[in-house]
Design a protein around this ligand. Structure first.
Ligand SMILES: Cc1cc2nc3c(=O)[nH]c(=O)nc-3n(C[C@H](O)[C@H](O)[C@H](O)COP(=O)(O)OP(=O)(O)OC[C@H]3O[C@@H](n4cnc5c(N)ncnc54)[C@H](O)[C@@H]3O)c2cc1C
Length: 527
């Protein structure tokens, strides 16, 4: 079974979070190699680079090459900077492949990130650009102990609080392990000296009582919450809660959600830009100003021994084609789009471009008349997980307690379910997501205001979510994809081992321009 098939199956059966986890554990996501700002010295006078795509990869390159003294021009399909780095706000409109146009009707300052939404603390490259561009960050809440874990097949479909499932799973496992230790069943693995330390640690880890059993107590309630919470005055006395039995916890399958914040990419601290992920692309766009030509759809890329020429359509004047040329070209156009653009490169690069299928995903933003998840359910930020096709409900990690409307991520749909939703109209997607989400938050029907649904396989500028390299394809084609072909280099998340992350775009871009710079130095900038 290929990695891709494996991920698809995991995504279909256990949801997106589990798929991300599996990807991490199979080394699909790795640590960033970013080691500080790139140094490009001695740029040949007059040397020029044409950059295709103003996403994070393209703009990282444009920023650094401009600073190093290159003449830089960027061609970008959209009328905005950022590519997948994008926030949809009230008043924005978006037309997908197939022709459906959605007008976002969110209130002022409310937004949804259809693409990236979180930045791990170790994505040092992207974070350094946030700092240099003055993009303020705030905390992204990955794990909220009061959010829900939900299975349509367990507890009569009633969502459970994350802290209850975590505490009870941990408590029962600790009790079992303590029992085995005390019955000398682990003597082959645990030395006499370690036995007492293990028992003590299990008592702490699992909130066990003096007898190493897990049950209703101060200690367990301090983890899973109380039947009646401690208060003040005459009504102060807390009542401990009763844990869910081991068999019910195991049967529910909800334990699958417990490690959602444990993988390297999901560990605190995680960040989000204040005002939406799109603030990074916007800041880059402001910084680069007239270097970016917007609404420019590249339709042909041609190189010869002197330079590279891209032919592009001016989307504001349909039927008008223009040309842009430079000594070198850095192409960051996502592979499903690039595969359809004529480009005279060698067979190895051509084959690599066609070898990477893209993951399918859908995000749905829902605006509600009030922030009932805070007011009624006491959930402030973070994510609820479900076995329903919507997989996630992401609560806003900002604007807590604000009155008026609120927007949440109503769905982050993956794999086969995403394909099914992609075939629907945007309105049908929103409707279906409301139906599913009502099983977790019955307030949905009464409080719903409006919604938007972005299906990434219908995005005209990406045609997919991100590259899903199989182990075979990577072994065969990855180096060819990254190797410079004549005067053309490719960069983007697809040309990285940090696929599906903006850090992949940054690091692949820096790597590619470092190598382009060496070539330019060797050739004195011009042929
Ligand atoms: C649903 C989803 C969730 C994600 N979650 C996260 C997350 O939480 N954190 C994270 O860090 N990353 C996340 N990512 C991944 C992240 O968005 C990407 O890795 C990164 O933004 C890719 O940057 P890029 O520059 O390589 O590509 P892009 O951003 O796709 O840039 C390519 C550019 O090329 C342009 N282009 C396309 N065709 C043409 C053409 N014909 N002519 C001219 N220009 C063209 C596009 O408009 C675009 O601006 C997520 C992605 C998705 C889709």
């Amino acid at each position: 079974m290929s990695r891709r098939e494996l991920f698809r199956m995991i995504g279909a059966t256990a949801g997106g979070a589990a798929m991300f986890q599996a990807m991490s554990s199979l080394g699909f996501n790795a640590e960033s190699p970013y080691n500080g700002p790139i140094e490009l010295q001695g740029t040949p006078k007059g040397a020029s680079v044409l950059i295709l795509g103003a996403g994070i990869a393209g703009m990282t390159a444009a920023y650094e090459l401009r600073n190093a003294g290159y003449k830089v021009q960027v061609l970008e399909y959209n009328n905005r900077a950022g590519g997948r780095n994008w926030s949809l706000r009230g008043g924005d409109s978006y037309t997908e492949l197939g022709g459906f146009t959605q007008k976002c009707e969110f209130d002022k300052d409310l937004y949804i990130n259809p693409g990236p939404w979180r930045i791990p603390y170790h994505h040092r490259g992207l974070l350094s650009y946030c700092k240099r561009l003055g993009v303020p960050l705030e905390a992204f809440v990955q794990v909220n102990y009061n959010a829900y874990l939900h299975s349509s097949q367990a507890f009569g479909g009633k969502p459970q609080r994350y802290r209850e499932i975590k505490a009870d799973y941990q408590g029962h496992v600790a009790e079992l392990l303590a029992k085995a230790t005390r019955q000398n069943a682990l003597d082959d693995s645990v030395s006499k000296e370690d036995r007492e330390k293990l028992l003590e640690s299990l008592r702490g880890w699992g909130a066990l009582d003096r007898d190493f059993s897990y049950g209703p107590s101060e200690a367990s309630s301090d983890r899973r919450g109380y039947e009646k919470e401690p208060g003040g005055g005459l009504s102060a006395r807390p009542i401990p809660s009763k844990p869910i039995g081991l068999s019910d916890v195991l049967d529910s399958g909800l334990w699958q959600g417990i490690p959602n914040g444990d993988t390297f990419d999901m560990q605190t601290a995680l960040f989000q830009p204040v005002g939406g992920m799109g603030r990074i692309g916007e800041a880059f766009g402001r910084e680069l100003g007239p270097l970016i030509r917007y609404s420019a759809k590249v339709i042909d890329i041609h190189q010869d021994q002197h330079g590279v020429t891209a032919t592009y359509e001016d989307r504001l004047a349909p039927g008008t084609t223009l040309k842009a040329s430079a000594d070198w070209c850095l192409c960051t156009i996502p592979l499903p789009v690039l595969a359809q653009i004529p480009m005279n490169v060698g067979p190895a690069l051509s084959a690599a471009i066609s070898s990477v299928p893209y993951a399918s995903a859908i995000k749905v933003g829902l605006q509600f008349k009030r922030r009932f998840w805070e007011e009624d359910d006491h959930i402030y930020g973070g994510i609820s997980y479900t076995d329903l096709p919507i997989t996630n409900i992401g609560y806003p990690n900002t604007g807590y307690h604000s009155s008026g409307k609120g927007v949440l991520l109503g769905a982050y749909i993956w794999g086969l379910n995403a394909m099914e939703f992609t075939a629907m109209t945007p309105q049908q997607r929103v409707q279906k997501v409301l139906e599913y989400g009502s099983q977790i938050h019955p307030q949905y029907p009464k409080e719903f205001d409006n919604g938007v649904a972005v299906a990434w396989h219908r995005s005209p500028f990406t045609m997919g979510c991100y590259g899903m390299w199989s182990a075979d394809a990577r072994a065969k084609h990855y180096d060819d994809l990254c190797r410079i072909d004549g005067r053309i280099a490719l960069a983007g998340e697809h040309a990285s081992f940090l696929g599906g992350w903006q850090e992949g775009a940054v690091t692949s871009s820096l790597d590619a321009i470092g190598r382009l710079h060496q070539l330019a130095l060797a050739q004195g900038g011009k042929a």
